[in-house]
Write a protein of this length. Structure first.
Length: 501
């Protein structure tokens, strides 16, 4: 089924999916606007508590039969789903750009990373293998096996409408669980379309469900005793709250929070390569990603030439609608985000940082009247400034100066966050020392964005992650399964007792 309902004004209305059926919610609705031009594009509901209860109920009812589907057959659903996503990739990329504002190339790239997670889910027969020990005692064997845990919930962020949801429900479902997805209320249409394609791939009714809304819907999901696991990506304060509430209700939880990622530039490194990497890491997706570089630590003599290179290159970035082929950087998600980022730029000026480039008032090349902030660069930023410590989630780059590698590592480690960091250097010894000493979960060497492949964990530390098992990789399989150990003894009749016939 393709959901094409529209309101009287002609904009798309997002349905919910309960038990494999697409339905209109009776909850209040909110109008979403295209970030590139401010025009209304979507009416999204805020589902009622009764609708959330029904969605969880549908997933709970479907669990027992789905968990008994052979693991090889569950993998086949993922193979078919992967083909659906590839066949509709341009459609989905265009939808991401419409909802979020990022460029089409960025949308294609993020969807590709999501499809990589589906490919990882296709390998579930090998991922769920257990362990066997024979003869742990005389005539006694033990088997450790992985089994699904039940109804799982996904609460993804707005900044990756396809990629992050695809980190969640395909792996959970392949492991034998059922799922309730609560997409970001800022970008709900992409998830709706991807779940449509999942059902077109043949998924049984009720295995994946969709509800919409904000905090009230999340609270209802967290309180429902039938929900066994929660996966969340968002800001650190909300991640911490999700972690605490989920734990209070006895649920397994992985809650990925915010970030303040540092990229260290050492003297003698390839400055051109570092500049190119920093531009992509800081201003790609308009800085709205948890792996964005928001602080550059320039060590020693690297500082002045690096800032000159960054300023000159940033001047050439073409800002405009993500749908325009000449656009290199699109809008931010909303007027509120635009205002928040602008206030941080003013804060940076007030704190005494040197303004190299101010992105406020940028003129889009295509004259669209959306929520734009251009590339912004501050130099001589102190680590104690707000722009150096707080997550801005926009195209604002702070350059901090350090005397040596030791001071640079200290600056990185002083952050309350620990998501990602990189170093650009020509020295293997420097790279090794940096990777060993930084208190961060994902580290790059001469790499701008150290995003792991889907078969490795997305491993934030400190305030960037709350939980024990990360998203992706073997961590994800362990998160979505429980271990059961069976100890067996089968006595031989002629040794232990006689069997009468």
């Amino acid at each position: 089924m393709t959901t094409t309902a529209t309101t009287a004004s002609g904009i798309y209305t997002c349905p919910m999916c309960i038990g494999g059926e697409w339905k209109s919610s009776l909850g209040r609705t909110e109008t979403l606007r295209n970030p590139a031009n401010g025009e209304p594009i979507t009416s999204v509901p805020h589902c009622s508590a009764e609708e959330v209860h029904a969605a969880v109920g549908a997933a709970h009812a479907a669990f027992d039969s789905w968990r008994q589907v052979p693991v090889t057959d569950r993998a086949q659903y993922m193979f078919r789903y992967r083909e659906k996503l590839v066949a509709h990739s341009e459609e989905i990329a265009a939808l991401i750009t419409l909802e979020h504002g990022k460029t089409l190339d960025e949308s294609r790239g993020s969807l590709g990373r999501g499809i990589e997670a589906v490919e990882f889910a296709c390998s579930v027969p090998t991922l769920m293998k257990g362990e066997t020990i024979s003869d742990i005692s005389s005539g006694i064997d033990s088997v450790a096996m992985r089994q699904p845990i039940g109804v799982c919930v996904g609460i993804p962020p707005f900044n990756f409408p396809a990629m992050v949801p695809l980190w969640m429900f395909p792996i959970a479902i392949a492991c034998g669980n059922t799922f309730v997805m609560k997409p970001s209320e800022r970008v709900p249409r992409t998830v709706v379309r991807m779940v449509e394609l999942l059902y077109e791939a043949g998924l049984p009714a009720g295995v994946c469900n969709v509800v919409h809304g904000g905090k009230e819907v999340v609270d209802a999901l967290l309180a429902d005793p039938r929900v066994k696991a929660v996966s969340f990506v968002g800001s650190t304060p909300v991640a911490k709250a999700i972690y605490e509430k989920s734990g209070a209700h006895g649920k397994r939880v992985q809650a990925m929070g915010g970030a303040k990622n540092h990229l260290v530039v050492m003297p003698g490194c390839d400055l051109k390569a570092a500049t190119k990497a920093i531009l992509g890491a800081a201003f790609g997706c308009t800085g709205q990603r948890c792996l964005a570089t928001s602080v550059v630590v320039a060590v020693g003599d690297a500082g002045d030439p690096l800032v000159r290179e960054l300023s000159a290159a940033a001047d050439k970035i073409s800002v405009g609608s993500g749908q325009h082929p000449k656009t290199q950087m699109g809008p931010v998600i909303s007027a509120a985000a635009q205002q928040r980022i602008a206030s941080y730029i003013e804060t940076g000026k007030g704190e005494g940082a040197s303004v190299v480039r101010d992105g406020r008032g940028v003129k889009p090349h295509d004259a669209t009247a959306g929520y734009y902030v251009g590339p912004t660069i501050f130099d001589h930023v102190r680590p104690d400034m707000r722009i150096a410590k707080e997550e801005i989630f926009g195209p604002v780059l702070s350059v901090v100066r350090a005397k040596n590698l030791e001071e640079a590592v200290s600056i990185v480690n002083s952050s309350a966050y620990g998501n990602a960091t990189s170093v650009f250097t020509a020295s293997g010894a420097e790279a090794r020392e940096f990777a060993s000493r930084v208190q961060v979960g994902m580290v790059g060497v001469n790499v701008g964005v150290p995003a792991p492949a889907a078969f490795l964990p997305f491993a934030g530390w400190k305030g960037s992650f709350f939980g024990d098992l990360h998203a992706l990789g073997k961590d994800a399989v362990q998160f979505y399964t429980e271990t059961k150990v069976v100890t067996s003894r089968w006595p031989a009749p002629d040794k232990d007792h006689k069997i009468a016939f």
